[in-house]
Design a protein around this ligand. Structure first.
Ligand SMILES: [Zn+2]
Length: 248
């Protein structure tokens, strides 16, 4: 049996039998895999602290013929989301991992998605402002999938510089002048400016972009609409995050 080594991101785990875990992980070069981590739930297991969602590291595994589950040999963590300095940031880790899990495909490498996920755990460990990071991550994730609408008016092609709207049941932006009556999600100038800058700035430079709380809420709503449209469901972790905020 050949052993594969890969850069990997842990997406989620679940219990298997008495002492093991199944680990869903995304590799840089061979897509998403599911593997058995033997003894991972035993005290003093070699996997201790290495299987938290969004942990990046080097994984070694065997593939077994005719079996979907690979066998993990080791997971050597390089960067852990547990380095996050705030409880709030830790609350977002599961959300980021769930989004990556939804979009990563089995046995289909997606280098750009892998790099985006890796840069998120780096940013979290470095103490990046977490809400801004979440909007940035959603924006880039949707962009990489080719589902982010253009940052110009879908009706007249004009600029969104004076603010925009995403009409109800439509998934594009229109300018103030073309916005229909009857609601929709308003997107302020500040939110549009954030998106325009996020397209050309790495996550390590997020501090330099401004995004006030109200603009972050607007983008959160827009992104949720786009994500739900493409996944045809609402993510559990997104709901949990919203409820946590309301409880504060
Ligand atoms: Zn227009």
């Amino acid at each position: 049996m050949p052993v594969y080594k890969a850069d990997a991101l842990v997406l989620r785990t679940y219990k298997l039998g008495e002492a093991d875990r199944i680990v869903v992980f995304m590799t840089r070069d061979r897509g998403k895999k599911r593997g058995v981590a033997k003894g991972a739930r035993r005290p003093r297991s070699k996997y201790m602290g290495a299987l938290e969602p969004l942990t990046r590291g080097e994984v070694a595994y065997f593939e077994r013929e005719q079996r979907e589950l690979v066998q993990l040999n080791y997971m050597d963590p390089v960067r852990s989301p547990l380095l996050a300095q705030s409880a709030e940031a830790l609350g977002y880790v599961g959300y980021f991992a769930e989004l990556l899990d939804e979009w990563a495909q089995d046995a289909h490498a997606d280098e750009r998605l892998f790099r985006l996920g890796s840069s998120m755990v780096d940013a979290i460990a470095a103490g990046a402002p977490i809400e801004k990071l979440a909007r940035y991550f959603e924006y880039w994730l949707l962009r990489l999938q080719g589902v982010y609408p253009a940052l110009s008016c879908a009706e007249c092609g004009g600029s969104l510089g004076k603010g925009a709207m995403m009409p109800p049941r439509e998934h594009m932006f229109v300018c103030e002048g073309c916005a229909p009556g009857g609601g929709g999600t308003e997107v302020s100038t500040g939110a549009i400016r954030f998106l325009a800058s996020a397209g050309s700035v790495g996550p390590e430079r997020l501090e330099s972009l401004s995004l006030v709380a109200s603009a972050s809420r607007e983008l959160e709503t827009v992104h949720r609409r786009l994500i739900n449209l493409h996944l045809e469901k609402e993510l559990k972790s997104a709901r949990v995050l919203r409820e946590m905020r309301h409880a504060r």
